[in-house]
Design a protein around this ligand. Structure first.
Ligand SMILES: Cc1ncc(C[n+]2csc(CCOP(=O)(O)OP(=O)(O)O)c2C)c(N)n1
Ligand SMILES: [Mg+2]
Length: 377
């Protein structure tokens, strides 16, 4: 039966500038000044070293569960680097490097993962939303922020981060739909790290790319080598410029890999092979960017030591904070506590008043509550 073609065939573009050996496609090299390249590199090294330090802090019981970023430094920082202070960043739960870049003090991030309320509070002048644990729920918030900016005539862009797994959530599709309909200044940055805990990408979607999901919502979708910081930067800059000019939203799919555990409560050897991990280790975003900088004579001596000292000072500040008040877990969800939670709050307050258990102090493993299982050593 003859049909009419309504639309031309859509295309999804892919960009890579720096290959895994640090070889450059010179025609595509972004115009970044040497100082900017070094700044970007420092942020990536800081992200990696902080991640490693946090893993040790967690294993020692000094912070709680967190989601490491190892392997995703280029995706996060290449994108966040394009934002102005006055733009909004909306993270998921795996954007530690981007958060530090945006000005979150490291000790505040550590406080968050040690269960302190104030750890999740951005500074009053900071245009960042806090960490979001529920998958994809931050995306409608991001579109709401962008809608508000558009309504008020603010010259700001909103950048929202999420994972491949988040694209299966209704919140992603609702956010993308309204972003398209309202034509708001939002940049969706999907870090496709190939896994949603133990669920591989092929079980997440039958689409050839995640970027193409943008097309259904009437916005451009582009795929980028997420381990190539120059390519991520270039694509993100284009999207941010477009949003700021009033030309609407973009979806960027960063093809990357989570080199470590999903969270510190996960054991990835149960669901993926060492060969797969080894293949991605060869594509490490830090190695290739360092090779590129070395060729340019821009690699800084003593960078790792300087970054480690900054982290150590932040850890010391974190551990100097007094114990958290366990009762804060009841605050800020309900304006008025429902009766069952009110009863629980009173019961806990009574137990704390009796002197046991002690509130958790950073630097010491938390004492188990009655009835709580001891962590496995
Ligand atoms: C609404 C919701 N469902 C389930 C979970 C449990 N959960 C936490 S992370 C995660 C997988 C997320 O995968 P992806 O979006 O790819 O992000 P990644 O963890 O790989 O960065 C799941 C299912 C959750 N936090 N929120
Ligand atoms: Mg994922």
């Amino acid at each position: 039966m003859p049909r009419t073609v309504l639309e031309p065939r859509f295309q999804v573009e892919y960009l890579s500038i720096l290959d895994s050996d640090g070889r450059l496609d010179a025609a595509l090299e972004p115009a970044l000044a040497p100082a900017q390249l070094q700044e970007l590199h420092r942020a990536m090294v800081l992200g990696r070293r902080l991640d490693e330090r946090m893993l040790r802090l967690q294993r020692q019981g000094r912070i709680g569960t967190f989601a490491p970023i190892k392997g995703q430094e280029a995706s996060q920082l290449g994108a966040a680097f394009t934002l102005r202070r006055t733009d909004w960043m909306v993270p998921s739960f795996r954007e530690t490097a981007a958060m530090v870049w945006r000005g979150w003090p490291i000790e505040r991030i550590l406080l968050f993962f040690a269960g302190y309320l104030e750890g999740g509070q951005p500074a009053p002048d900071q245009r960042d939303l806090p960490v979001t644990i529920p998958v994809a729920t931050q995306l409608p918030h991001a579109v709401g922020l962008a809608y508000a900016a558009q309504y008020r005539g603010d010259d700001v862009v909103v950048m929202a981060f999420f994972g491949d797994g988040a694209t299966s959530e209704g919140d992603f599709h609702e956010a993308a739909n309204f972003a398209g309909v309202w034509h708001v200044p939002v940049v969706f940055v999907c870090q496709n790290n190939q896994w949603a805990i133990s669920v591989p990408l092929k079980k997440q979607t039958h689409s050839r790319t995640l970027a193409q999901k943008a097309l259904a919502y009437g916005m451009p979708g582009v795929q980028v080598d997420g381990n190539d910081v120059l390519a991520v930067y270039a694509v993100a800059q284009e999207a941010v410029d477009r949003a700021r000019a009033g030309d609407g939203p973009t979806l960027i799919e960063c093809v990357t890999y989570r080199l470590g555990v999903h969270t510190t409560a996960d054991d990835p050897t149960k669901y993926r092979s060492p060969e797969e991990v080894a293949a991605w280790e060869k594509k490490d975003p830090l190695t290739r960017f360092a090779a590129y900088l070395k060729k340019k004579g821009l690699l800084e001596d003593g960078l790792e030591a300087a970054v480690d000292a900054e982290i150590a000072a932040a850890v010391a500040r974190f551990e100097a904070v007094g114990p958290a008040d366990p009762l804060t877990i009841f605050d800020h969800v309900y304006a008025e506590l429902p009766p069952d939670l009110k009863a629980q709050r009173e019961a806990l307050a009574e137990r704390l008043h009796q002197g046991a258990p002690e509130p958790h102090t950073p630097g010491q493993p938390s004492p188990p509550m009655r009835g709580q299982r001891q962590p496995r050593r």
